[in-house]
Design a protein around this ligand. Structure first.
Ligand code: GAR
Length: 203
């Protein structure tokens, strides 16, 4: 009797710039036997950030490609990263606190294969300081969005959102902590659903 072979996991790269708590949740979920993806490499544009050590501790290759030596040539920096991804047969990029604006070149090259998590209920509050802006506006709730990356910053189609209450006395830090807990649940499940759908679309 021929045995059914399991579909290989989608090979995901995570790009980070800092603490990498979302990255860690993506790695952990991807290591489950039945996960449809696995994180095969983590790349940071900032040296020595905590996320790199977290990735290595989880057994994942973790590299630094600093942007500083490239000055204003953002595409040259991205081309180095892209070559590393291609070498490793990466299929999907997950941005997780990657605090660089992307060039149209990278976005187009990975169109439909790059996702991001943003700490607001997009289309509300694209950009920075999302929590302070939500509190300042008197919003009753905040949250996070996983979306496909397109050329407009934080504009791509949403794949999933999670909502949290803004509580009396919240400041940007306490709200950020509550939103992060929601991000850690939302991102792995949304990425899993995204790669599973991609797999079905292929012949
Ligand atoms: C997360 O809250 C993520 O949503 C945000 O950075 C944080 C990274 O935390 N991303 C952005 O603001 C992108 N515009 P982490 O390094 O602990 O995952």
């Amino acid at each position: 009797m021929p045995t059914e072979t399991a579909k290989p996991k989608t090979r995901v790269a995570v790009l980070i710039s800092g603490s990498g708590t979302n990255m860690a949740s993506l790695i952990a979920a991807g290591q489950a036997a039945d996960a449809p993806y696995e994180v095969v490499v983590v790349i940071s544009n900032v040296a020595d950030v905590a996320g790199l050590e977290k990735a290595r501790a989880a057994g994942v290759e973790a590299l630094t490609v600093e942007h500083k030596p490239f000055g204003k040539d953002r595409e040259a920096h991205e081309r180095v990263i892209d070559a590393l991804l291609v070498e490793r047969n990466v299929e999907v990029i997950a941005l997780a606190g990657y605090m660089r604006l992307l060039t149209p070149w990278l976005v187009q090259k990975w169109a439909g294969r790059m996702v991001n998590i943003h700490p607001s209920l997009l289309p509300l509050y694209p950009g920075l300081n999302t929590h302070a802006r939500a509190i300042e506006a008197g919003d009753a709730e905040a949250g996070c969005t996983v979306h496909v990356v397109t050329e407009g910053v934080d504009e791509g189609p949403a794949l999933g959102q999670a909502r949290v209450a803004i509580l009396p006395g919240d400041d940007a830090d306490t709200l950020a902590e509550r939103v992060k807990a929601a991000e850690h649940a939302l991102y792995p499940q949304t990425l899993a659903a995204f790669v599973a759908r991609q797999g079905q679309a292929q012949p």
